[in-house]
Ligand binder design. Structure first.
Ligand SMILES: Nc1nc2c(ncn2[C@@H]2O[C@H](COP(=O)(O)OP(=O)(O)OP(=O)(O)O)[C@@H](O)[C@H]2O)c(=O)[nH]1
Ligand SMILES: [Mg+2]
Length: 343
Protein backbone atom coordinates (compact mmCIF):
# COMPACT_ATOMS: atom_id res chain seq x y z
CA UNK A 1 0.00 0.00 0.00
CA UNK A 2 1.26 3.45 -0.86
CA UNK A 3 2.47 5.61 1.96
CA UNK A 4 0.48 8.83 2.06
CA UNK A 5 1.15 11.25 4.87
CA UNK A 6 -1.05 14.23 4.00
CA UNK A 7 -4.64 14.59 2.92
CA UNK A 8 -7.27 17.27 2.62
CA UNK A 9 -10.78 16.01 3.18
CA UNK A 10 -14.19 17.33 4.01
CA UNK A 11 -16.51 15.71 6.47
CA UNK A 12 -20.19 16.32 6.99
CA UNK A 13 -22.35 15.35 9.93
CA UNK A 14 -25.90 14.18 9.31
CA UNK A 15 -28.99 16.40 9.13
CA UNK A 16 -31.58 16.07 11.83
CA UNK A 17 -34.87 14.46 10.75
CA UNK A 18 -37.97 16.65 10.46
CA UNK A 19 -40.59 16.63 13.15
CA UNK A 20 -43.89 15.08 12.09
CA UNK A 21 -47.35 16.65 11.92
CA UNK A 22 -49.89 14.00 12.72
CA UNK A 23 -53.13 13.60 14.66
CA UNK A 24 -54.38 10.57 16.48
CA UNK A 25 -56.95 8.72 14.42
CA UNK A 26 -58.80 6.23 16.51
CA UNK A 27 -62.26 4.87 16.21
CA UNK A 28 -64.62 6.57 18.64
CA UNK A 29 -62.10 9.31 19.41
CA UNK A 30 -63.48 12.06 17.24
CA UNK A 31 -60.78 14.61 17.51
CA UNK A 32 -57.55 12.88 18.54
CA UNK A 33 -54.79 15.18 19.66
CA UNK A 34 -51.51 15.85 17.88
CA UNK A 35 -49.08 12.90 18.04
CA UNK A 36 -46.37 13.75 15.49
CA UNK A 37 -42.98 12.55 16.81
CA UNK A 38 -39.62 14.34 16.79
CA UNK A 39 -37.07 13.80 14.06
CA UNK A 40 -33.98 11.70 14.86
CA UNK A 41 -30.57 13.29 15.37
CA UNK A 42 -28.09 13.38 12.52
CA UNK A 43 -24.96 11.23 12.93
CA UNK A 44 -21.69 12.71 14.23
CA UNK A 45 -18.32 12.42 12.54
CA UNK A 46 -15.55 11.07 14.77
CA UNK A 47 -11.88 10.51 14.13
CA UNK A 48 -10.15 7.69 15.89
CA UNK A 49 -6.49 6.70 15.95
CA UNK A 50 -5.60 3.08 15.45
CA UNK A 51 -2.35 1.22 15.10
CA UNK A 52 -4.08 -0.89 12.45
CA UNK A 53 -4.04 2.07 10.06
CA UNK A 54 -0.64 2.73 8.51
CA UNK A 55 -1.10 5.66 6.19
CA UNK A 56 -3.61 8.23 5.02
CA UNK A 57 -3.91 6.43 1.68
CA UNK A 58 -7.67 5.88 1.92
CA UNK A 59 -8.25 9.59 2.38
CA UNK A 60 -6.19 10.39 -0.64
CA UNK A 61 -8.76 8.64 -2.78
CA UNK A 62 -11.98 9.49 -1.05
CA UNK A 63 -12.18 13.12 -0.17
CA UNK A 64 -15.71 13.50 1.20
CA UNK A 65 -17.08 11.55 4.11
CA UNK A 66 -20.49 12.00 5.65
CA UNK A 67 -22.49 10.58 8.48
CA UNK A 68 -26.12 9.49 8.02
CA UNK A 69 -29.08 11.82 8.35
CA UNK A 70 -31.67 11.37 11.06
CA UNK A 71 -35.09 10.06 9.98
CA UNK A 72 -38.30 12.05 10.23
CA UNK A 73 -40.56 11.60 13.23
CA UNK A 74 -43.50 9.22 12.95
CA UNK A 75 -47.05 8.78 14.17
CA UNK A 76 -48.08 8.01 17.74
CA UNK A 77 -45.28 10.16 19.10
CA UNK A 78 -42.53 7.93 17.73
CA UNK A 79 -39.14 9.58 17.33
CA UNK A 80 -37.33 9.10 14.04
CA UNK A 81 -34.24 6.91 13.97
CA UNK A 82 -30.97 8.72 14.63
CA UNK A 83 -28.40 8.77 11.84
CA UNK A 84 -25.44 6.40 12.35
CA UNK A 85 -22.23 8.09 13.49
CA UNK A 86 -19.30 7.92 11.12
CA UNK A 87 -15.91 6.86 12.46
CA UNK A 88 -12.88 7.65 10.35
CA UNK A 89 -9.88 5.56 11.35
CA UNK A 90 -6.48 7.23 10.98
CA UNK A 91 -2.97 6.07 11.91
CA UNK A 92 -1.57 6.96 15.31
CA UNK A 93 0.37 10.20 15.03
CA UNK A 94 -2.18 11.91 12.79
CA UNK A 95 -2.71 15.59 13.40
CA UNK A 96 -6.06 17.03 12.42
CA UNK A 97 -6.16 20.68 11.36
CA UNK A 98 -9.02 22.92 10.36
CA UNK A 99 -8.08 23.42 6.70
CA UNK A 100 -9.41 26.97 6.64
CA UNK A 101 -8.05 28.48 9.85
CA UNK A 102 -5.05 26.16 10.18
CA UNK A 103 -5.98 25.51 13.82
CA UNK A 104 -4.81 22.20 15.27
CA UNK A 105 -7.95 20.36 16.35
CA UNK A 106 -6.39 17.15 17.59
CA UNK A 107 -3.19 15.21 17.81
CA UNK A 108 -4.27 11.59 17.80
CA UNK A 109 -1.37 9.80 19.39
CA UNK A 110 -2.55 6.86 21.46
CA UNK A 111 -4.47 3.92 20.12
CA UNK A 112 -8.19 4.59 20.33
CA UNK A 113 -7.90 8.29 21.07
CA UNK A 114 -10.88 9.94 19.41
CA UNK A 115 -12.37 13.29 18.76
CA UNK A 116 -15.75 14.42 17.52
CA UNK A 117 -15.15 16.60 14.49
CA UNK A 118 -18.73 17.43 13.55
CA UNK A 119 -21.90 17.00 15.60
CA UNK A 120 -25.02 15.85 13.84
CA UNK A 121 -27.96 18.26 13.59
CA UNK A 122 -30.76 17.96 16.12
CA UNK A 123 -34.06 16.48 15.00
CA UNK A 124 -37.01 18.87 14.72
CA UNK A 125 -39.89 18.78 17.18
CA UNK A 126 -43.03 16.99 16.13
CA UNK A 127 -46.43 18.72 16.49
CA UNK A 128 -47.15 16.86 19.73
CA UNK A 129 -44.71 19.25 21.39
CA UNK A 130 -46.64 22.34 20.30
CA UNK A 131 -49.92 21.54 21.97
CA UNK A 132 -50.92 24.23 24.44
CA UNK A 133 -54.07 25.13 26.34
CA UNK A 134 -55.09 27.51 23.60
CA UNK A 135 -53.89 25.49 20.67
CA UNK A 136 -55.13 21.93 20.92
CA UNK A 137 -54.46 20.98 17.30
CA UNK A 138 -51.18 22.52 16.21
CA UNK A 139 -50.22 21.77 12.63
CA UNK A 140 -46.74 23.02 13.23
CA UNK A 141 -43.55 20.94 13.44
CA UNK A 142 -39.91 21.94 13.28
CA UNK A 143 -37.56 20.94 10.50
CA UNK A 144 -34.42 19.06 11.49
CA UNK A 145 -31.29 21.16 11.85
CA UNK A 146 -28.64 20.81 9.17
CA UNK A 147 -25.36 19.01 9.82
CA UNK A 148 -22.04 20.79 9.59
CA UNK A 149 -19.42 20.41 6.91
CA UNK A 150 -15.80 20.89 7.93
CA UNK A 151 -12.73 20.98 5.76
CA UNK A 152 -9.78 19.19 7.35
CA UNK A 153 -6.13 18.80 6.68
CA UNK A 154 -4.70 15.56 7.99
CA UNK A 155 -1.00 15.25 8.58
CA UNK A 156 0.67 12.07 9.68
CA UNK A 157 3.79 12.44 11.77
CA UNK A 158 5.33 9.11 12.54
CA UNK A 159 5.84 8.33 16.18
CA UNK A 160 9.33 6.90 16.29
CA UNK A 161 11.70 7.16 19.24
CA UNK A 162 14.78 7.22 17.04
CA UNK A 163 15.25 8.70 13.58
CA UNK A 164 18.06 7.82 11.19
CA UNK A 165 19.29 10.80 9.21
CA UNK A 166 21.89 10.56 6.47
CA UNK A 167 22.84 11.33 2.91
CA UNK A 168 21.55 8.93 0.26
CA UNK A 169 23.40 5.62 0.23
CA UNK A 170 24.85 6.07 3.74
CA UNK A 171 23.32 2.78 4.86
CA UNK A 172 20.27 3.91 6.85
CA UNK A 173 17.99 1.21 5.50
CA UNK A 174 20.67 -1.43 5.99
CA UNK A 175 20.92 -0.27 9.60
CA UNK A 176 17.19 -0.40 10.30
CA UNK A 177 17.12 -3.91 8.85
CA UNK A 178 20.04 -4.91 11.04
CA UNK A 179 18.44 -3.79 14.30
CA UNK A 180 14.75 -4.45 13.65
CA UNK A 181 12.50 -6.71 11.63
CA UNK A 182 11.93 -3.95 9.05
CA UNK A 183 12.21 -5.08 5.45
CA UNK A 184 13.34 -1.67 4.18
CA UNK A 185 14.74 -1.81 0.66
CA UNK A 186 18.50 -1.57 0.34
CA UNK A 187 20.38 -0.89 -2.89
CA UNK A 188 23.58 0.57 -4.11
CA UNK A 189 22.14 3.78 -5.48
CA UNK A 190 20.86 7.00 -3.95
CA UNK A 191 17.17 7.48 -3.12
CA UNK A 192 16.39 3.81 -2.72
CA UNK A 193 14.13 4.78 0.14
CA UNK A 194 11.28 6.97 -1.07
CA UNK A 195 9.00 6.88 1.94
CA UNK A 196 9.76 6.43 5.64
CA UNK A 197 10.17 2.95 7.12
CA UNK A 198 9.41 2.14 10.72
CA UNK A 199 11.01 -0.67 12.67
CA UNK A 200 10.56 -1.98 16.18
CA UNK A 201 13.77 -2.63 18.09
CA UNK A 202 13.91 -5.05 21.00
CA UNK A 203 17.11 -4.57 22.91
CA UNK A 204 17.79 -5.85 26.42
CA UNK A 205 14.54 -5.10 28.29
CA UNK A 206 13.52 -2.20 26.08
CA UNK A 207 11.32 -1.95 23.03
CA UNK A 208 11.43 1.17 20.90
CA UNK A 209 10.73 2.31 17.38
CA UNK A 210 13.17 3.57 14.82
CA UNK A 211 12.45 5.44 11.59
CA UNK A 212 14.45 5.43 8.39
CA UNK A 213 13.63 8.51 6.35
CA UNK A 214 14.70 9.12 2.75
CA UNK A 215 18.21 10.48 2.26
CA UNK A 216 18.80 14.21 2.59
CA UNK A 217 20.98 16.19 0.20
CA UNK A 218 22.40 19.69 0.22
CA UNK A 219 19.69 22.08 -0.93
CA UNK A 220 16.82 19.88 0.27
CA UNK A 221 15.26 23.06 1.65
CA UNK A 222 15.01 24.33 -1.93
CA UNK A 223 13.46 21.08 -3.09
CA UNK A 224 16.60 19.18 -4.10
CA UNK A 225 16.46 15.42 -3.83
CA UNK A 226 13.22 14.53 -2.13
CA UNK A 227 13.32 17.89 -0.40
CA UNK A 228 12.11 18.37 3.12
CA UNK A 229 8.84 16.60 2.66
CA UNK A 230 9.65 13.73 5.01
CA UNK A 231 11.40 15.68 7.72
CA UNK A 232 8.18 16.17 9.62
CA UNK A 233 8.43 12.50 10.51
CA UNK A 234 11.46 13.12 12.65
CA UNK A 235 9.99 16.09 14.51
CA UNK A 236 8.66 13.90 17.28
CA UNK A 237 11.56 11.53 17.77
CA UNK A 238 13.56 11.59 20.97
CA UNK A 239 16.96 11.13 19.45
CA UNK A 240 18.59 11.45 16.04
CA UNK A 241 21.22 9.14 14.65
CA UNK A 242 23.38 10.73 11.99
CA UNK A 243 24.50 7.94 9.69
CA UNK A 244 27.72 8.87 7.87
CA UNK A 245 29.37 6.69 5.29
CA UNK A 246 33.06 5.95 5.70
CA UNK A 247 33.37 5.18 2.00
CA UNK A 248 31.65 8.19 0.48
CA UNK A 249 33.64 10.67 -1.57
CA UNK A 250 32.38 13.42 0.68
CA UNK A 251 34.31 13.33 3.98
CA UNK A 252 32.06 12.38 6.93
CA UNK A 253 32.52 15.73 8.69
CA UNK A 254 31.25 17.53 5.60
CA UNK A 255 28.36 15.13 5.24
CA UNK A 256 27.39 15.90 8.83
CA UNK A 257 27.56 19.65 8.13
CA UNK A 258 25.21 19.20 5.16
CA UNK A 259 22.75 17.18 7.23
CA UNK A 260 22.74 19.67 10.09
CA UNK A 261 22.29 22.61 7.73
CA UNK A 262 19.28 20.94 6.13
CA UNK A 263 17.71 19.97 9.44
CA UNK A 264 18.24 23.49 10.74
CA UNK A 265 16.61 25.12 7.75
CA UNK A 266 13.57 22.89 8.24
CA UNK A 267 13.29 23.32 12.00
CA UNK A 268 15.95 24.94 14.20
CA UNK A 269 14.93 22.97 17.26
CA UNK A 270 16.01 19.73 15.57
CA UNK A 271 19.59 20.86 16.08
CA UNK A 272 19.19 20.81 19.85
CA UNK A 273 17.71 17.29 19.87
CA UNK A 274 19.93 14.60 21.43
CA UNK A 275 21.94 13.07 18.62
CA UNK A 276 24.38 10.28 18.01
CA UNK A 277 26.92 10.12 15.22
CA UNK A 278 27.84 6.83 13.60
CA UNK A 279 30.48 6.15 11.01
CA UNK A 280 28.99 3.34 8.95
CA UNK A 281 30.63 0.81 6.61
CA UNK A 282 33.43 0.24 9.12
CA UNK A 283 33.90 -3.22 7.62
CA UNK A 284 35.30 -1.62 4.48
CA UNK A 285 37.95 0.25 6.47
CA UNK A 286 38.83 -2.84 8.50
CA UNK A 287 40.92 -2.26 11.65
CA UNK A 288 41.43 1.37 10.57
CA UNK A 289 37.79 2.12 11.32
CA UNK A 290 38.22 2.72 15.05
CA UNK A 291 41.04 5.22 14.48
CA UNK A 292 39.06 6.96 11.77
CA UNK A 293 36.10 7.31 14.12
CA UNK A 294 38.41 8.61 16.88
CA UNK A 295 39.92 11.22 14.55
CA UNK A 296 36.47 12.33 13.45
CA UNK A 297 35.36 12.51 17.06
CA UNK A 298 38.25 14.82 17.94
CA UNK A 299 37.58 17.00 14.91
CA UNK A 300 33.89 17.34 15.76
CA UNK A 301 34.24 17.43 19.52
CA UNK A 302 31.48 14.82 19.78
CA UNK A 303 31.50 11.06 20.25
CA UNK A 304 31.49 8.99 17.06
CA UNK A 305 30.77 5.29 16.93
CA UNK A 306 32.22 3.07 14.21
CA UNK A 307 29.63 0.55 13.04
CA UNK A 308 28.89 -1.72 10.16
CA UNK A 309 25.22 -2.05 9.36
CA UNK A 310 26.18 -4.84 6.96
CA UNK A 311 28.01 -7.07 9.45
CA UNK A 312 26.37 -5.87 12.66
CA UNK A 313 29.67 -4.73 14.12
CA UNK A 314 29.12 -1.96 16.67
CA UNK A 315 25.31 -2.02 16.44
CA UNK A 316 24.79 -3.39 19.99
CA UNK A 317 26.89 -0.49 21.30
CA UNK A 318 24.73 1.94 19.32
CA UNK A 319 21.54 0.45 20.75
CA UNK A 320 23.03 0.63 24.26
CA UNK A 321 23.76 4.31 23.73
CA UNK A 322 20.19 4.92 22.56
CA UNK A 323 18.55 3.28 25.57
CA UNK A 324 18.74 6.19 28.03
CA UNK A 325 17.02 8.45 25.49
CA UNK A 326 14.21 6.12 24.52
CA UNK A 327 13.45 5.06 28.08
CA UNK A 328 12.47 8.63 28.85
CA UNK A 329 10.19 8.92 25.86
CA UNK A 330 6.53 9.47 26.45
CA UNK A 331 4.03 11.28 24.34
CA UNK A 332 0.77 12.47 25.78
CA UNK A 333 -2.32 13.07 23.67
CA UNK A 334 -3.74 16.57 23.74
CA UNK A 335 -7.32 15.40 23.45
CA UNK A 336 -9.20 13.56 26.15
CA UNK A 337 -9.92 9.88 25.60
CA UNK A 338 -13.32 9.12 24.19
CA UNK A 339 -16.13 9.26 26.68
CA UNK A 340 -19.32 7.94 25.11
CA UNK A 341 -21.42 9.53 27.86
CA UNK A 342 -20.10 13.04 27.38
CA UNK A 343 -22.51 15.25 25.50
N1 LIG B 1 30.20 -2.65 3.06
C1 LIG B 1 29.12 -2.09 3.58
N2 LIG B 1 28.14 -1.70 2.77
C2 LIG B 1 27.04 -1.15 3.33
C3 LIG B 1 26.90 -0.97 4.72
N3 LIG B 1 25.71 -0.39 4.98
C4 LIG B 1 25.13 -0.21 3.78
N4 LIG B 1 25.90 -0.66 2.77
C5 LIG B 1 25.63 -0.64 1.33
O1 LIG B 1 25.42 0.71 0.93
C6 LIG B 1 24.42 0.78 -0.08
C7 LIG B 1 23.32 1.75 0.36
O2 LIG B 1 22.67 1.21 1.49
P1 LIG B 1 21.19 1.65 1.90
O3 LIG B 1 20.92 1.02 3.24
O4 LIG B 1 20.24 1.40 0.81
O5 LIG B 1 21.43 3.21 2.07
P2 LIG B 1 20.35 4.34 2.47
O6 LIG B 1 21.06 5.29 3.37
O7 LIG B 1 19.13 3.73 2.99
O8 LIG B 1 20.13 5.04 1.06
P3 LIG B 1 18.83 5.87 0.55
O9 LIG B 1 17.64 5.07 0.84
O10 LIG B 1 19.10 6.02 -0.90
O11 LIG B 1 18.87 7.18 1.26
C8 LIG B 1 23.93 -0.64 -0.28
O12 LIG B 1 24.60 -1.19 -1.39
C9 LIG B 1 24.34 -1.35 1.00
O13 LIG B 1 24.56 -2.72 0.80
C10 LIG B 1 27.98 -1.41 5.56
O14 LIG B 1 27.98 -1.32 6.78
N5 LIG B 1 29.06 -1.97 4.92
MG1 LIG C 1 17.29 3.76 2.29
Amino acid sequence: MKFVDQAIISVGSGKGGHGAVHFRKEKFVPRGGPDGGDGGRGGDVWMVASSRARSLYDFHHRRHHSADDGRAGGDSGSTGRSGAHLELVVPRGTQVFDAESGELLADLIDDDTRICIARGGNGGWGNARFKTATCQAPDKANPGLPGVTVSLRLELKLLADVALVGLPNAGKSTLIRAVSASQARVADYPFTTLTPNLGVVRHREATFTIADVPGLVAGAADGHGLGHQFLRHIERCEVLVFVLSATDELPPAEALAVLRAELGSFDETLLTRPAMIVLNKADVLGPEAKDEAARLSVALGEPVLAISAATGQGTPALLDALLPHVAASSSAPIVAPYDPHAS
